[in-house]
Write a protein that binds this ligand. Structure first.
Ligand SMILES: Cc1cc2nc3c(=O)[nH]c(=O)nc-3n(C[C@H](O)[C@H](O)[C@H](O)COP(=O)(O)O)c2cc1C
Length: 353
């Protein structure tokens, strides 16, 4: 852990994507100490039949090509979501396309689904599964920029990677692929999910993972209601709330605040948590929700849980704080649970909704 505290100022002198590549390289080559992650049975939960050791996972986008899944689990994440994976390899947008906003503790990215495609992800995931018996891995699916029939891309992802996934995510919420977020509307969502559901149901029995939808925080009330209604039906098993925002809060101060792209981290927390709470109410607590956006310590993790999240994920705070953010959150959550005399984190889900 101390190594990360030493490395971080150096990493943050590099361009964000270069620092990211170096970190993934270090993880893959085992230059990572195993932290002592406290095992607290009160933090464990079973969802979709999966035994989550604790509720803190790594959000999509850090390990897009599933290169470092084992080392990331070893760092202490309770689960890791890889992707977004597009069917065919694609380079994404021109660089620079990731910007730190240290003054606001945020990041803006307009990567545009840079992905090495299904072949590479499948190979990496197979190698991971052969080496690592346990570990919960979600696979987040995207679409190629040029594909007109979006559903065919998601269905291809389900067919190829479904058997390797503990859960699958249909990502219709990244702001950097033209037309993608329109798939969240009532007009398009049910058609899309019908095709994706067919692909999942065509997988061999026992290899049909739960399907989650990852939504944007920038949706209309009508979209929220449509998503909630769909999520309560048979075509979805859960929701991830939320992706990055294209809005810019007035109080951003960093020079990079005007960059185009999706904003994540601390400035996203309020908006994403409001959306989460609203979605918990709309789904009447019947649909498992993963809360993402600005989780950076025990307080923000607990706020997500109390707003309705059964699990939380983070990415941006991992950039700013390194792996200590995980142990910090877990220690804080355990302490909060003890002082509230609460024996299971599940009992706190939706308390403030
Ligand atoms: C550099 C970067 C790349 C991302 N790439 C993806 C992606 O490929 N797919 C996806 O669903 N979300 C992606 N995200 C969004 C995150 O998964 C997460 O929803 C968002 O960053 C909010 O969480 P945070 O505030 O903890 O970062 C990306 C985020 C960042 C910062």
């Amino acid at each position: 852990m101390a190594m990360f505290s030493l490395a971080r100022p150096l990493l943050h002198r590099l361009a964000p994507e270069r620092a990211h590549r170096l970190t993934v390289w270090a993880l893959r080559h085992g230059v990572v100490p195993r932290p002592c992650v406290p095992a607290d049975p009160a933090l464990a939960q079973t969802l979709w039949g999966l035994p989550f050791p604790h509720p803190v996972g790594l959000a999509a986008g850090f390990d897009k090509d599933a290169e470092a899944v084992g080392p990331l689990l070893d760092l202490g994440f309770g689960f890791v979501e890889v992707g977004s994976v597009t069917p065919r390899p694609q380079p994404g947008n021109p660089r620079p396309r990731v910007f730190r906003l240290p003054a606001d503790r945020g990041v803006i990215n307009r990567l545009g689904f840079n992905s090495r495609g299904l072949d590479v992800a499948e190979r990496n995931l197979r190698a991971f599964r052969a080496r690592h018996p346990g570990g919960i891995v979600g696979i987040n699916l995207g679409k190629n920029k040029e594909t007109a029939d979006s559903a065919s891309d998601y269905a291809a992802g389900v067919a190829r990677l479904g058997p390797l996934a503990d859960y699958l995510v249909v990502n219709v919420s990244s702001p950097n692929t033209p037309g993608l977020r329109a798939l969240q509307s009532r007009a398009q969502l049910d058609t899309l999910l019908a095709r994706v559901g067919e692909a999942r149901d065509a997988l061999p029995r026992g290899q049909q993972p739960p399907l989650l939808l990852k939504m944007a925080p920038d949706v209309t009330e009508a979209d929220m209601e449509a998503i909630a209604e769909t999520a309560r039906g048979p075509s979805l098993d859960g929701l991830i709330v939320s992706n990055t925002t294209v809005t810019r809060p007035d109080d951003l101060t960093d020079v990079n605040a005007a960059e185009a792209g999706g904003l994540s981290g601390r400035p996203l927390f309020g908006l994403a948590t409001d959306r989460l709470r609203h979605m918990y109410r709309l789904t009447e607590g019947q649909v498992p929700l993963i809360g993402v956006g600005g989780v950076e310590n025990a307080e923000t993790a607990l706020a997500k849980i109390r707003a309705g999240a059964s699990l939380v994920q983070l990415y941006t705070s991992f950039i700013y704080r390194g792996p200590e953010v995980i142990t910090d959150i877990l220690n804080g959550l355990s302490k909060d649970m003890r002082s509230a005399n609460c024996s299971s984190v599940a009992a706190l889900v939706g308390r403030d909704a």
